[in-house]
Write a protein that binds this ligand. Structure first.
Ligand code: CO
Length: 225
């Protein structure tokens, strides 16, 4: 398993509900935390590893030792939103790109945990932002769709580099084409669970080199998800 980069079609795929919590799903969740820590993120959605199921993980401390801060959200749903707040975001599927996004400042979210228990959280500020960013991933939305107008001209050329890199890798045969990727996504999504074959798949994303002049440094704390 690997994190996929934009514009992998998984990142535009409408993920479907998890229908069974079994040992394969537990294995995937553990791997998602590991991949998230490796990439120094604080959240990771299943679609970001090419798994089109409604599930994401967070650890706001980004610390593998802080097990008490690990949360798994299965079939999540936001029930209330209030306020509005603009802050910086980053995404593990678009490394090194940071831009401001306006979102509701607080949310009430409910989801199932790995034991199949329904829980609810009342979140604001960074935690609220992270769960909204991750839930967007499950609906095929990227934070770059929602950046503030003032950051649009900065973000678009960076997206173009990611797109060119990905399409070149596909054209050279180093990466599967969209049709192949989408067929696999459809099969997994409709099954509602993690097939054995997914656990052993290990396709590295094309290495992206963004010209330094296109990038801006991060302003705030780590908020990649
Ligand atoms: Co993201």
């Amino acid at each position: 398993m690997q994190i996929v980069y934009y514009p992998h079609p998984s990142l535009r795929f409408q993920a479907l509900e998890v229908k069974r919590i079994d040992s394969n799903l537990r294995t995937v969740v553990r791997k998602m935390f590991d991949l998230m820590y490796e990439a120094r993120g604080i959240g990771l959605a299943a679609t970001q590893i090419g798994l089109p199921l409604r599930l994401f993980v967070i650890n706001l401390e980004a610390d593998p030792a802080a097990k008490e801060d690990e949360f798994v959200f299965i079939n999540p749903q936001i029930n209330k939103r209030r306020g509005s707040d603009t802050d910086e975001e980053g995404c593990l599927s678009l490394p090194k790109l940071f831009a401001d996004v306006k979102r509701p400042e607080a949310v009430v979210i409910e989801a199932f945990d790995l034991d199949g228990q329904l829980f609810e959280m009342d979140l604001e500020e960074l935690p609220a932002r992270v769960v909204q960013h991750e839930l967007d991933h499950l609906d095929g939305a990227m934070f770059t769709d929602k950046v503030i107008d003032q950051h649009r001209d900065y973000v678009d050329p960076v997206l173009k580099v990611f797109e060119q890199t990905f399409r070149q890798a596909q054209a050279s045969g180093a990466y599967p084409n969209d049709e192949t990727l989408i067929n696999t996504l459809r099969e997994i999504a409709t099954s509602g669970g993690v097939p054995d074959s997914f656990l052993t798949a290990n396709l590295a994303p094309p290495a992206v080199e963004i010209p330094a002049g296109l990038l801006r440094p991060r302003r705030g704390r780590n908020s990649d998800g």
